[in-house]
Design a protein around this ligand. Structure first.
Ligand SMILES: [Zn+2]
Ligand SMILES: [Zn+2]
Length: 258
């Protein structure tokens, strides 16, 4: 399984910058998990193959360019882009994003071939197919309805916390998996802002360590993501100081493989 965290910004030479402002992973050039930077950072080839988007929650850094992505493809789509989310998140996306004011109701619009977007609601704790993948969502502890994801392709299996503060169900679900190759875990704020992290539904490096301790297994690969750019240097140093084996900071733009 190939996984890329799409860059949020690029330097003057067009290279991905390490700061992450938006969240969007691309799996096997085919499926997007969240859509923060989807329309901005896909390659031209990926834009032709990504047709399923799983949305963990409706915060702007996770859905910002989803409407633009569909807009870019509008006249050329021969099948709708499928937006997978819980029924609650679908309701919020309809109300707050695809509402006819912020952006058109793409789920009601047709081009010459048919509808351009459809919502595919899923239920937590029940695996559902997305392209060649099997995805299971587990609610986490954020300030809006949010799910973490477990994604499997029949060989490898990886998990994403999405945005969360301390939580339990997600870790319990991971403990039941026969195999887990990698975990993508948020680490938004430095330890000094632990209270801000807690009330805004996020983790600090110290909180991340407490969460990982809830697992009864040792993970082969842990990638820290969603580090607020203004605190990046401090958070990266605090993550390193944890001394957790196999913990590294994910680099936007790089392709990781399991
Ligand atoms: Zn969020
Ligand atoms: Zn976020």
């Amino acid at each position: 399984m190939k996984i890329q965290l799409l860059p949020s910004t690029f330097d003057a030479q067009g290279r991905a910058r390490s700061e992450q402002r938006l969240t969007c992973y691309v799996v096997d050039d085919r499926v997007a998990l969240d859509a923060g930077s989807l329309a901005l950072a896909l390659s031209d080839a990926q834009r032709e193959t990504v047709r399923d988007v799983v949305v963990t929650h409706p915060h702007a850094d996770h859905v910002a360019t989803l409407p633009i992505f569909i807009d870019d493809l509008f006249s050329r789509l021969t099948a709708p882009v499928r937006v997978h989310a819980t029924a609650e998140v679908v309701r919020l996306l309809r109300r707050d994003v695809f509402n006819g004011t912020v952006y058109p109701r793409f789920d009601e619009l047709h081009n010459g071939h048919g509808r351009v977007m459809e919502f595919a609601p899923f239920e937590p704790h029940r695996a559902f197919p997305v392209a060649h993948l099997s995805v299971t969502a587990v609610p986490v502890n954020h300030i809006v309805p949010t799910v973490g994801l477990v994604v499997a392709d029949g060989a490898a299996s990886v998990a994403f916390t999405s945005d969360t503060a301390a939580t339990d169900d997600f870790w319990r679900a991971l403990d039941t998996l026969p195999r887990l190759d990698a975990l993508f875990v948020e680490s938004s704020f430095p330890d000094a802002l632990g209270e801000l992290a807690r009330v805004s539904g996020h983790l600090t490096p110290a909180a991340l360590a407490r969460e990982l301790a809830k697992l009864s297994r040792t993970l082969p690969d842990v990638l820290a993501v969603h580090i607020k750019p203004s605190f990046r240097e401090t958070v990266v140093a605090e993550l390193a100081a944890l001394g957790i084996e196999n913990l590294r900071v994910m680099e936007p733009g790089r392709v990781y493989e399991w």
